[in-house]
Design a protein around this ligand. Structure first.
Ligand SMILES: [Zn+2]
Ligand SMILES: [Zn+2]
Length: 237
């Protein structure tokens, strides 16, 4: 979306500083041009699960895991790879309450997706369990989804799905335990019959959270699921 006249005026009145180097910038993304160019964009990635692939991999190459097994979602797209400096920015947002990072990070997602030919019916942020929500004070996926939903004028659905159990932090667990940890982790309060859903998250690590959530949405009638996120780690699913 083009920056509007108000934004242009505000940038002139209150110049912004680049989130990475502090240089003055009027770039709407809040990164100066050299820093924006140096971001670890996830352009070479598996078209199904967004796993970063080598730069010389032919377009539309699927990763080994996606050649072997199917996924409960149609596609996953992320703006960045989860490495420096994107990991630092996401950690700042998530654990240090740097909420001013929400908009710039969400804009990286909309920059990556561009114009949507076939927009989803609703945008669904990965829910946090109530207890974690109380501890953190906000759900970063919900904050990012708000910006993306507004940009594309897609309805935001943030009360239909709840986290049923307070699962352990996935990063502390092995792959097998991750799957067990997430079983029945989500509850849907309503119907998704025939809906085309986009799930939004901050980081996709192995994809076990979005797998479990997608399966739950499918059981409740979702017709098509796609996944959008700021960053994807290089860990295979
Ligand atoms: Zn910079
Ligand atoms: Zn893949």
């Amino acid at each position: 979306m083009k920056s509007n006249w108000l934004e242009t005026l505000l940038n002139q009145l209150y110049p912004q500083s680049c989130l990475l180097c502090g240089a003055q910038t009027d770039h709407r993304s809040r990164f100066c041009d050299p820093c924006y160019q140096s971001l670890p964009f996830n352009h070479h990635a598996c078209p199904r699960c967004a796993l970063p692939l080598p730069a010389d991999a032919p377009a539309e190459t699927r990763c080994g895991a996606c050649l072997k097994s199917e996924l409960p979602y149609a596609s996953c797209r992320t703006a960045l790879r989860y490495e420096a400096p994107s990991n630092h920015l996401i950690t700042q947002l998530k654990f240090r309450h740097q909420l001013h990072l929400t908009k710039p990070l969400a804009r990286l997602i909309t920059d990556r997706l561009g114009e949507l030919q076939n927009p989803p019916d609703l945008l669904l942020p990965v829910p946090l369990h109530q207890q974690r929500m109380r501890e953190r004070g906000f759900n970063q996926a919900q904050e990012l989804a708000r910006v993306v939903a507004k940009h594309y004028r897609i309805p935001l659905e943030d009360s239909l799905v709840k986290r049923a159990r307070n699962t352990k932090a996935q990063s502390d667990l092995s792959e097998r335990l991750r799957r067990n940890n997430l079983r029945h982790a989500f509850r849907v309060h309503g119907s998704l019959q025939g809906s085309r859903v986009a799930i939004l998250d901050d980081v996709i690590t192995t994809g076990s959270t979005i797998n479990e959530l997608s399966k739950t949405l499918q059981r409740h009638g979702a017709a098509e699921i796609r996944v959008w996120a700021v960053a994807r780690s290089t860990i295979e699913r």
